[in-house]
Design a binder for this molecule. Structure first.
Ligand SMILES: [Zn+2]
Length: 198
């Protein structure tokens, strides 16, 4: 047993997904042995800032800093009539990195998965429906993953949105079963360009 303060730090790191006990120990001793006072302050401050200043955009669900509406939704140069629907915030980052999409986003926070007890009500779908109903949207592009859950989600969205707007699904040159975020920029760009109306 380490002293309690060290055990607590190890426990904190072990709460991160994918971090096992040994990695958590390694991170903890990195912080203790390798960080200068300055670096430690920086680390602590960045955690505090995230806790205090990061919110979800009230329109699309992407992160925003100290504001209700994110930089993408509030940018007048973006086409607010074209909504790209993604599973998580990392997918927004992936599409933004490619840079060719000029519309706006909607982040679902996951995908429909009956096995895991995740239905439409557990996701950020109702607000998408409201957005589409009220916003005379030209197109909703569904960019959920090429997985069983991603397909089920895309079909569900098509069903509830097609009366109000054009719904398209991005094409997949990406391997079946893969998430958006793990594909390279060219693949993402091709998938977006090759989208098909449902
Ligand atoms: Zn937003």
């Amino acid at each position: 047993m380490y002293p309690k303060k060290i055990e607590d730090l190890i426990h904190s790191f072990s709460m991160l997904s994918g971090v096992g006990k040994r990695s958590a120990e390694r991170y903890a001793f990195n912080v203790i042995n390798k960080f200068s006072d300055e670096q430690l302050d920086e680390f602590i401050n960045s955690l505090i800032k995230v806790k205090e200043g990061i919110k979800k955009c009230s329109i699309c669900g992407f992160y925003t800093e100290d504001k209700d509406i994110c930089d993408i939704c509030s940018n007048p140069l973006r086409d607010s009539k074209t909504i790209l629907v993604v599973e998580n915030v990392k997918d927004v980052i992936a599409f933004e990195r490619v840079g060719s999409f000029k519309g706006v986003y909607h982040v679902l926070n996951g995908s429909i998965s009956p096995i895991n007890g995740i239905g439409p009500d557990e996701l950020n779908i109702e607000s998408l429906k409201e957005r589409v109903k009220n916003g005379s949207i030209n197109e909703v592009i569904v960019a959920t993953s090429a997985t069983v859950e991603g397909e089920a989600t895309a079909l569900y969205l098509k069903r509830i949105l097609e009366d109000f707007t054009t719904v398209s699904r991005i094409a997949y040159g990406m391997p079946v079963g893969s998430s958006i975020e793990y594909n390279d920029e060219t693949t993402i760009l091709k998938a977006l360009e090759g989208r098909k109306k449902y």
